[in-house]
Design a protein around this ligand. Structure first.
Ligand SMILES: N=C(N)NCC[C@H]1O[C@@H](n2cnc3c(N)ncnc32)[C@H](O)[C@@H]1O
Length: 426
């Protein structure tokens, strides 16, 4: 934290804190919802240099909103703001618009590991599915609902889909002779009226880094409203996994590249490269098993029967990795696993693992790059915490903060704690 009375060139702008923010590093500024901060410099898209009560530090821009009322007052302009529609914090138009295209539906359907995992769940539970009522939330083209109707004998399947693809799903249900069992409901699950409660709520809701898109909130709300007492959630559980890793190819192509392109020295661009390429997570990163520097671990585990929507605001996990081989620590990679508990007691739980040791899926993995590589000899301990802070304004987004320290057997002194926050994406 800095005490700073430096005179700034541009007049500061007043912003309001939309949610509490607790500093995760010495140069960040803590504030509470409703605090009025003076933003002196918008140093980057995500972090602004601000002042509050004589203290200065970096504040996350996604936690700040200009007080429209005040800004109009300052300019002496009093426009009628009634026609100003504030952007939808769920960005549903853009979100469901994208799922109305075949491109995304094709990507998910073409993901054999993903789709086959759900087919196996239905197949192995076909006997106990007989006579049951199933809700398929976010059914898309209805593939899971059709698996239910074709591979088992449920009493009814409610196929719920908010995007325009639902208009075609009806046709697919008829063309596959499932119209007696499967009913398509077009609309948001939170707003629909269903004929009644369900025995099983099945959904493929997982996003990058497990939670991005936060469709999981819709699943929990549907659970609380439509799943009968003792009903089954599929997936029944979910785990976020993490590992310290090498990422030499990515580091070389995005950072080393500037050292001598065509014999020229472009190293002056490397700080910009770090900000542009390493300040956010990298989706669809394919981690090679040999680039894992330790045994991966589950850092966050969710029980889909007991998880509450409010738990999603802030999720925290701990980790301790023993570095198993010498290598370069470029960053952390995350992925998820989801479990499908059997409908029959003491039968095996099935699992979809999207990690580097399993068949690749369309999610691949998510890479969090450190600001700079760290050489490791092997034998060190990398320990710390991971925080998933849901964006208080943009409800499908979150910021992932990783705090870590590296200690080695030789080094007895207290090791320095590092911290880095990655907006995903706002
Ligand atoms: N990350 C994912 N698995 N995304 C799958 C999302 C699928 O579920 C649909 N979907 C997402 N949220 C909802 C909701 N609240 N209600 C109905 N359909 C939804 C979306 O249109 C898409 O077809």
């Amino acid at each position: 934290m800095h005490q700073d009375n430096e005179d700034y060139t541009n007049p500061p702008e007043e912003f309001i804190g939309l949610s509490d923010f607790t500093s995760c590093g010495s140069d960040q500024l803590s504030f509470r919802a409703g605090d009025r901060l003076l933003v002196h410099t918008k140093t980057s898209a995500d972090w602004w240099w601000a002042e509050l009560g004589g203290l200065c530090g970096y504040a996350p821009s996604s936690y700040l909103k200009q007080d429209v009322e005040d800004s109009y007052l300052n300019q002496g302009v009093k426009e009628d703001t009634s026609e100003n529609t504030s952007e939808d914090p769920w960005q549903d138009e853009e979100y469901f618009g994208s799922y109305g295209t075949l491109r995304l539906q094709l990507e998910m359907l073409s993901d054999r590991a993903r789709t086959e995992a759900y087919r196996q769940v239905i197949l192995t539970n076909s006997a106990p599915l007989k006579g049951k009522v199933v809700m398929d939330l976010g059914c898309g083209t209805g593939v899971i609902s059709l698996f239910c109707a074709r591979l088992a004998q449920p009493k009814a399947v409610y196929a719920v889909e908010a995007s325009s693809i639902a208009e075609h799903t009806e046709t697919l249900v008829r063309q596959n002779g499932c119209e007696e069992v499967v009913t398509v409901f077009q609309g948001r699950a939170e707003e629909l009226e269903l004929p009644g409660t369900v025995d099983i709520l099945i959904s493929e809701w997982m996003g990058n880094c497990l939670l991005f898109e936060f469709m999981v909130e819709s699943v929990l709300q549907a659970r609380d409203r439509w799943l009968r007492e003792g009903g089954m959630m599929w997936p029944s559980g979910a785990s976020l996994c993490l590992v310290p890793c090498q990422a030499l190819d990515y580091y070389t192509e995005r950072m080393v590249f500037w050292e001598q392109p065509y014999g020229l020295d472009f190293t002056a661009l490397q700080s910009l490269a770090q900000s542009e390429f390493f300040s956010r997570p990298r989706f669809s990163h394919l981690l090679k098993p040999e680039d894992c520097l330790a045994t991966p671990c589950d850092v966050i585990t969710l029980d889909m029967l007991t998880l509450h929507v409010t738990d999603l605001e802030k999720l925290r996990g701990q980790f301790t990795f023993i570095v198993e081989k010498a290598g370069t620590f470029h960053g952390f990679t995350s992925w998820f696993r989801v479990q499908f508990q059997s409908l029959e007691r003491d039968k095996t739980t099935l699992e979809l693992d999207t990690g580097p040791y399993s068949e690749p899926t369309h999610w691949k993995q998510t890479l969090f790059m450190l600001d700079g590589p760290i050489l490791l000899l092997g034998g060190e301990t990398v320990s710390g915490i991971i925080l998933l802070h849901r964006n208080p304004v943009w409800r499908r987004h979150m910021t992932v903060t990783i705090q870590w320290s590296i200690s080695s057997t030789e080094e007895t002194g207290n090791c320095m704690v590092q911290s880095k926050s990655f907006p995903m994406w706002r």
